[in-house]
Structures are given as C-alpha cells and as structure tokens.
Design a protein around this ligand. Structure first.
Ligand SMILES: *Cc1c(COP(=O)(O)O)cnc(C)c1O
Length: 462
C-alpha cells in the first residue's frame, strides 16, 4: 500500500487530472454493510481499481480549480505514523499536544504574534472563521452570553467583511446564531480590496442606528482573485472603533513564508485572530486548518467548560491543562499537527516560501500568455497565484455559456482542471496555481487546451 501510494504521487503526471466515473464503478459503492471478514488484499485492490483513479485530482500538476493543495510525500508518511499512534489530541498530558503547541508557536512567530497567542488545529478555515466569530462575540458581550444566549441581550451585533470574502464568513455568522443579515458586505475597490472608506461609513451608520459593531474580517488572498485587503488600515479602524480584527488568510496568510511576498501582508501582525489552512499553499495533506488568537484568555473563556469526567490534575495523565478541547468545539481530535510538523521540518520555511513564490511566478506567466493571445481576455488583476480569464469570440452571443462549456470539456479531457467564477458579472475561467508540482508546461497545456476547446465549440455552434 505504501509503495502504491508513493508511486501514485511519483507518476501522477502520466494520469488524467480527473476522469468521468463509469456507472458500474459508482454502483459498487451501493453495496450493503459487510458482515463477515474480508480479505485485506482484496479491499486494497478495490481501492486501487475503483477509488484511486476517480479521486478529485488535486495532487495533479494540471489541477488549478478552486484553492486546493497538492499534498506531499512527507506529509503522507507522517499521516501513517499519526494513524498508527492513534493519539487523541482533545487533552491530557502527552507529547503529541506539545507538537501542536510547537507548531502554534512557530506560526505565532511567523505572523508577528506574541508567543502567548493560542492556536488550534481544526478541519479548515471555515471552522477557524467560525471559532473567531464566537471568540469576538464573547469579547463583545461578555462570556455570560455562553449561558444566556444572544436573545437575552439588547445589543444587536454587526460584522463587516469584503463583498469578495469567502462564503464561510456569512455561514459562521449563521451558525453562531447572529445571522447572515448582520454581516455587512463592504464593496470592493477596482483592485478587489475592501473599500475602507465605505467600511468607516458603514460602521458609523450602524452605530447611529444603535447597533453594536463587533467583528471586522479582512481577507488575505481572496478566493476569486487572490486580492489582499489593506490590512494596516483595517487594523487601524478596528483599533479606533474597538472592534475585533480577524483575518481570513485561508491560503494567503502563508505567503508570509516567502520573503518577497510577506511585505504584502503588512498589518497581519496587528490582527486579533487569523484563520488559515496548512492544506492549501503549504501542501500538507488534508485536512489541516488553523486558528490563531492573540488573546489566549479570551479564546479560552469562549470554550472552556469544566465537567466532572474531564477533571484536570496538576500531575499524571490528566495534567497539562488547559487542553486543546478548551479552545474549540471538538473534544476528540486527531494528530493533524504531526503531518504539519514533519512538512515544516523536512522542507523548511525557505523552500516552502520559494515554492509559494514560484506559483505566483507561474500565475504571471499565465497572465502574460493570456494577454498576448487575441482569443483570450484577462478579467482581473493577478495579485498572487490566481488568474481569471476567458475565451472570447465575436461569433458567440453568450460567452458565459461558452466558457462554462470550455471548462467542462477541459475537465473531461483530463489535461487540466481550472474552475469558474463570476468577475463583475462575467463568467471567468479561474486558474489557481496552488500545487507545488505545477510547471510552465502545465500552464501551456491549459492555454492550448482552452483555445482548442473554444475553437471547437465555436465551430460546432455555426
Ligand atoms: C478555502 C478558503 C476558505 C475555506 O477554507 P476551508 O479550509 O475549505 O474550510 C475560506 N476562505 C478563503 C479565502 C479560502 O480560499
């Protein structure tokens, strides 16, 4: 099994990125609950035949859809060790938790946070943003809110983020019980950054209406175009207004690993909390999200809940308090820290930073190819590693439908897999270069396949 999975990564270039799933393969996953014992070798064979070839393909160098990391072999091996160790990182006194705390201190240093900041591995940035909303809520209203709920307060909380922010911020407001309507989507500048003048106006209008602004979520690396909000100005506004300043840096925060890119994130060191993923730009195998909170006490006061069966001791196995379960909603927690710790130790921050900077260079190369080709059109500035463009033709009225069809054809062709989004109302082919395996030849393949598919679709429409 180990050989097979390492061979898979080694030879992934020779495979299609993704391939349509035959009905007979899908049907095999309708079988009922097994009763008797099975043969391990046969189950492994099933994996090789029916699962591995039909996975999403984000490890493939031609995968450029959404924002997905490519994984790495060191992380694969560490995950095997973590599964064998079977540590539960909810709490108690064991070194796996020290590994998590060490990774937390490493990222505190990287982001210019104090060493006392608290950090927690979570599934992903969606969960990390949710935790940040809850901590900011208990800071704004007091921890009593955990007992009485929002309904017992006269204050109506309101939050702010960019119109280009990820949808999970609205979802965090929703599942925190504050509601999506209480999230102001501040319009963006021509550079796709939150318009900070409009943010000031919105806060003033809400205060005048008797509402309680409590949370500003800046974005470092927006999902559509990779834009970075003006974090320094956001930090100033938040400080003046005494509002919690959070950053959704799902993929972008780890640009701090690259000395060339790090200055673009100036202001991150002033945030109250940062949500980000090790599983995107840093290539740790899924999943490895993280929440970092400057004020450890506020973080702890939001989640810790003494119960008899989780009693702490100053010595022995039940020592080591506070436990990770005191900083988030999960009690049972796997050893996500290990694959992250291995990845950081084996590759080092210099090489990881270079890899991140290289994906941005490839994005610039793609941008240049798009600009030089009269059949293609760039739809947004290229800030980091994301390029939004489209195929154009005077002979087709509905360019949105044409470009959506091109992307489906690219997926089914198996050479490259961009995704789509809307940029100022126009459907864009969106290529996010996240994978460390992607090379210039994959960019060329994307350009050539896009033009070939576009030409073909235009011809067949005549
Ligand atoms: C991917 C992403 C998220 C969501 O992160 P998950 O790890 O998928 O939960 C949030 N914000 C941005 C900007 C992202 O790119």
């Amino acid at each position: 099994m180990l050989d097979d999975i390492l061979d898979y990564a080694e030879h992934i270039r020779e495979r299609p990125v993704w391939q349509p799933i035959p009905e007979e393969v899908r049907a095999k996953f309708q079988q009922g609950l097994p009763q008797g014992e099975g043969d391990l070798a046969a189950v492994h064979q099933q994996f090789m035949q029916d699962i591995l070839p039909y996975s999403v393909g984000n490890s493939h160098p031609g995968f450029m859809g959404w924002v997905q990391g490519g994984g790495n072999p060191v992380g694969t091996l560490a995950e095997m060790l973590a599964a064998g160790l079977n540590a539960n990182l909810g709490g108690r006194d064991h070194i796996p938790i020290d590994v998590e705390r060490q990774v937390s201190r490493w990222v505190s240093t990287l982001f210019g946070f104090p060493e006392s900041a608290s950090g927690l591995f979570v599934t992903g940035t969606s969960m990390a943003n949710f935790i940040a909303v809850l901590v900011a809520r208990s800071v704004a209203l007091g921890t009593e809110v955990r007992k009485t709920g929002l309904a017992s307060y006269e204050q109506r909380l309101v939050a702010y983020t960019s119109a280009g922010a990820h949808g999970c911020i609205a979802q965090a407001m929703d599942i925190a019980g504050i509601g999506r309507d209480a999230l102001r989507m501040i319009p963006m500048t021509s550079q796709f950054e939150m318009d900070t003048a409009l943010l000031r106006e919105a806060i003033a209008a809400d205060r005048a209406a008797g509402l309680t602004p409590f949370f500003i979520a800046g974005t470092a690396g927006s999902v559509d175009v990779g834009a970075i909000d003006d974090l320094t100005t956001l930090a100033e506004i938040a400080a003046q207004e005494k509002i919690w300043f959070h950053i959704d840096g799902a993929f972008g925060a780890l640009a701090m690993l690259s000395p060339e890119l790090a200055p673009r994130l100036a202001g991150i060191e002033r945030a109250d909390s940062v949500a980000f993923d090790f599983h995107k730009w840093m290539q740790v195998p899924y999943d490895a999200g993280f929440i970092l909170v400057r004020n450890r006490e506020a973080h702890l006061a939001t989640f810790s809940a003494p119960v008899g069966y989780l009693r702490r001791e100053t010595r022995g196995l039940a020592g080591g308090s506070p436990w990770p379960c005191d900083f988030g909603p999960d009690l049972s927690r796997g050893f996500r820290a290990l694959k992250t710790w291995f990845t950081l130790q084996v590759y080092g921050t210099e090489r990881l930073g270079q890899m991140i900077a290289h994906t941005c260079e490839l994005a610039q190369y793609l941008k240049q190819q798009v600009e030089e080709n009269p059949k293609l059109e760039l739809l947004a500035p290229v800030n980091l590693n994301i390029v939004c463009f489209r195929y154009r033709s005077e002979r087709i009225a509905d360019l949105d439908a044409l470009n959506a069809d091109i992307v489906v054809a690219l997926h089914e062709g198996g050479i490259c897999a961009p995704s789509t989004t809307f940029i100022r109302g126009q459907l864009a082919i969106r290529a996010a270069i996240v994978n460390h395996r992607t090379r210039a030849e994959n960019i060329d393949a994307l350009i050539n396949a896009t033009i070939a598919q576009g030409d073909l679709l235009v011809q067949s429409a005549q």
